[in-house]
Design a protein around this ligand. Structure first.
Ligand code: NAP
Ligand code: GCO
Length: 255
């Protein structure tokens, strides 16, 4: 049974993983045997996180690049290849939030969220898939969606549009790459206690809304996403493609 979820011998690139959910995914996959490559824009924070994983005995490296920069992404994959590292598992986790009513929303901020939360998944996955196909050994791609892949709330339109796009981009990747034994799926976390949501957590009214709207009556914690990430990274999910798994306490399942 444990062999189903064993990632030994696999290299996993997790974008935006110096902190938050990305770091949880990285530590989780490392604990399952993967050699994890962390990514962030800030190299200092990235190196600190890589060291923390290494001190726990895990195989971890870091690669600082901006996932919205096509040239930087291509260079990053070439750099990994020059070190003999081929990406077997990719988690497109990097993302930002920007909250403002649409009538006040600046185009530049719309574009910045779309670029980071959606277009980057295309850019990074294209480079990973090219190399997975050329190697002929298949691979795993996990896009990170959200509750907003399925439902909206006011003031987060670019984020919601991007996460809705992530859901359908996941289907497109499955449509084009499943024949090469690449399984592409998505994770849709609910409201999780990370830096992205600090303002919401500290807002009593919003905190009450989350707890009253969710049948589990609580926020999620980052470590509650790890099992789904390992599952979708492992051979246990070899016949699952184009799906999104919501890790939301049941939020989307109830009226
Ligand atoms: P977070 O705490 O704000 O961390 C986001 C990470 O992404 C940071 O490490 C950040 O780097 C990195 N990042 C941002 N832009 C980047 C870029 N252009 N290139 C490379 N890295 C970049 O967010 P989180 O809560 O962990 O969320 C992670 C992912 O899960 C996001 O896609 C988010 O939309 C999604 N998600 C989160 C929740 C939630 O409730 N927290 C729920 C559903 C989905 P820096 O450290 O340099 O800023
Ligand atoms: C917000 C939050 C949400 C969560 C998450 C929910 O402002 O509503 O940031 O977007 O981060 O995406 O699944």
């Amino acid at each position: 049974m444990s062999a189903l979820f064993d990632l030994t011998g696999k290299t996993a690139l997790i974008t935006g993983s110096a902190r938050g959910l990305g770091l949880s995914y990285a530590e989780g996959l490392a604990s399952a045997g993967a050699h994890v490559v962390l990514n962030d824009i800030r190299s200092e924070l990235l190196n600190e996180s890589v060291q923390k994983l290494r001190q726990k005995g895990y195989q971890a490296d870091g690669l600082a690049f901006d996932v919205t920069n096509e040239d930087a992404v291509i260079t990053a994959f070439e750099s990994l290849a020059s070190k003999g590292l081929q990406v077997d598992i990719l988690i497109n986790n990097a993302g930002i939030q920007y909250r403002k009513p649409m009538v006040e929303l600046e185009l530049a901020n719309w574009q910045r969220v779309i670029d980071t939360n959606l277009t980057s998944a295309f850019i990074v996955s294209r480079e990973a898939a090219k190399r997975m196909i050329a190697r002929g050994q298949g691979g795993k791609i996990i896009n990170i969606g959200s509750l907003t892949s399925q439902a909206a709330r006011p003031t987060v339109a670019p984020y919601t549009a991007a996460k809705g796009g992530i859901k359908m981009l996941t289907c497109s990747m499955a449509a084009e790459w499943a024949e090469f034994n690449i399984q592409t799926n998505a994770i849709g976390p609910g409201y999780i206690l990370t830096d992205m949501n600090t303002a919401l957590i500290e807002d009593k009214e919003f905190d009450n809304w989350v707890k009253s709207s969710n049948p589990s009556k609580r926020w999620g914690s980052p470590d509650e996403l790890i099992g789904t990430a390992i599952f979708l990274s492992s051979s246990a999910s070899n016949y699952i493609n184009g799906q999104i798994i919501y890790v939301d306490g049941g939020w989307l399942a109830v009226l």
